[in-house]
Design a protein around this ligand. Structure first.
Ligand code: 9MR
Ligand code: ZN
Length: 534
């Protein structure tokens, strides 16, 4: 049966509201829960949408601003239920952030915070160095990376950075969130307490000389068991210069944010940043990462570390105002890494943000202007994609790969940054449209955020969700999303060959290449939601 695609969380009263119909209709109605017609309008033909294979039309009901719960109906089809109101996005927003609490490793998740989704303390034993088991270290804590239980420094730093920048730019939305976490009420915004949980762990991954282990994990991914039942030995995998630079960067960034709330802690972060930066200064060589034989958990290798170093020096300049760091950052600009990427794997965009948000540059600084133009030209390209998409998704066919919702949300971030930092306010609505796509204005008609709404993903590739014996899915997790090249094996059964890219998805637990969750897929969604809520 036909359905009508809307943002299932809903819409703020003043926001644009456009439903997408994957069929032709002349008119549509918006009806409330009593069956009363709240709005009537004409559909606009869009035509064929390549990435979905759908011929669509659009129903614009932006004028409807009255609080309530509604469905859009046209012909014999109806949309899922959604809300219009000041608080329409509150629950989804809070859940997206609270997912990090459920990602926590090394502590018990107790019923008073976790509700029914409890688990025991996990992965608390000391980890041994992979190549010398006699070297052991306590590196407990932090967030599990994803559906697996590995903890990797570079994705961890990336997720934390996206969250901290969301806080820097949108403190009104994030600062007042009540997350009901163990730290709630301690005087620090809950949001920052949650990110601190990851930063504390990241600092444990630093060696005495400042170099940083690339990751800690078991040798293989755990079977599908609750985290406290994953008893495999934990290993510290060798250092990398990416991990070392990212640690320096995110700690310097943390210093800027936490100094307002806890100067001792901020000082600790800055010391950690300086230690790792000192190590980088002495060793300009790129030390990449590859899994040694026998280790098959996430690799997170990168082809170079110039972007990581650029980020680290830029953050150090922003944190301290010391020009020597700025000079180092500028020297790295001779290399041609992307300046507007927010990870994972390519993170130069954070260095750019550090510079722009440092508060240490004059109003009409040339480099700042150049950085802003880069964000804007990126946004122009993305807007072009969104305008030719039946679903308003700023996505190219090739963007529908593993974790495509990260791409979608990072594109939302670019639009948001253009509005917030670059004075290009015309891109704001495009950020909102990407969030709409995530929340249901997509060719599978699903909210890619678990929980809450009528048609949300409910079977993500996430070990605790799969093994807790509870039917209901833990809310707030962003699924990887449509992938035009899902890992072969069982995918074909659910996603036949030739399925259009935007439809290459199935809400099936085993399909990790389309339906896993990660800490760095939630974070850009938090960023975009915070932008909308601020
Ligand atoms: O996102 C990664 C994807 O591009 C790779 O092809 C895949 C296989 O190595 O790994 C993905 O990353 C996973 C990581 O290795 C472990 N944690 C979960 C990540 C997302 O699936
Ligand atoms: Zn754990």
């Amino acid at each position: 049966m036909n359905t009508i695609h809307i943002n299932q969380a809903g819409y703020l009263p003043e926001s644009e509201k456009i439903a997408v119909l994957p069929f032709q209709a002349e008119t549509f109605k918006v009806i409330d829960t009593d069956g009363n017609v709240a709005f009537e309008g004409k559909c606009t033909r869009f035509g064929f949408d390549e990435n979905s294979g759908d011929t669509v039309c659009k129903a614009d009901f932006s004028e409807l601003k009255t609080d309530g719960e509604y469905r859009v109906v046209a012909a014999d089809a109806a949309s899922p239920l959604f809300r219009i109101g000041e608080h329409a996005l509150d629950k989804t927003f809070r859940d997206l952030v609270r997912a990090y609490y459920y990602f926590r490793c090394g502590c018990e998740l107790k019923p008073e915070n976790a509700g029914k989704f409890t688990h025991g303390a996990c992965h608390t034993s000391p980890a041994s160095e992979w190549f010398d088991h006699s070297v052991k270290k306590d590196v407990s804590g932090g967030w599990h990376d994803a559906g697996d239980y590995g903890r990797y420094v570079t994705p961890g730093a990336c997720a934390a950075a996206q969250l901290l920048y969301a806080y820097i730019l949108y403190p009104n939305a994030l600062g007042k969130l009540d997350l009901n976490i163990p730290e709630s009420g301690n005087g620090m915004p809950d949001f920052l307490s949650e990110v601190k949980y990851e930063l504390d762990w990241l600092m444990k991954m630093q060696k005495a000389d400042g170099a940083v282990y690339h990751k800690v994990s078991t040798a293989q991914h755990a079977r599908f068991v609750m985290p406290e039942n994953d008893m495999g030995a934990l290993y510290l995998l060798p250092i990398s210069s990416m991990a070392t630079a990212d640690l320096a960067a995110v700690c310097a960034l943390g210093y800027r944010v936490y100094k307002e709330f806890d100067s001792d802690y901020a000082g600790k972060l800055l010391d950690a940043a300086k230690l790792s930066l000192g190590w980088l200064d002495e060793d300009p060589q790129f030390i990449g990462f590859r899994n040694p034989e026998g280790c098959v958990t996430g690799g997170y290798g990168e082809g170079g570390d110039k972007d990581n170093r650029f980020w680290a020096y830029s953050e150090m300049f922003a944190a301290t105002g010391d020009e020597k760091y700025l000079d180092k950052a500028k020297e790295l600009l001779v290399y041609d890494f992307p300046r507007t990427e927010f990870g994972v794997g390519s993170i130069g965009g954070f260095g750019t943000l550090a510079y722009l948000t440092s508060g240490r540059i004059p109003e009409s600084d040339r480099l700042a202007e150049a950085f802003k133009s880069m964000f804007i030209s990126q946004a122009q390209r993305l807007r072009w994609l969104a305008d030719r998409s039946g679903y308003m998704a700023a996505m190219d066919e090739r963007d529908y790969g593993w974790g495509s919702n990260m791409g979608l949300m990072k594109h939302g971030m670019i639009f948001a940054v253009c509005d917030t930092l670059c004075g290009a306010h015309e891109f704001g609505v495009y950020a909102k449209r990407q969030f709409d796509v995530l929340m249901g204005v997509n060719a599978v008609g699903m909210s890619y955020v678990s929980g809450n709404v009528e048609r949300a993903i409910g079977h993500p590739h996430l070990r605790p969700a799969a093994t807790d014996g509870i039917d209901e899915c833990i809310p707030g997790f962003v699924s990887g999303g449509a992938n035009r090249r899902p890992v072969e094996g069982i995918a074909e059964k659910y996603i036949p060959k030739g399925t259009p890219p935007m439809k290459s998805f199935a809400d099936v637990q085993d399909l990790y290449s389309v339906n896993e969750v990660t800490i760095y897929w939630n974070s850009p969604a938090v960023f975009v939601a915070a932008y909308l809520m601020n």
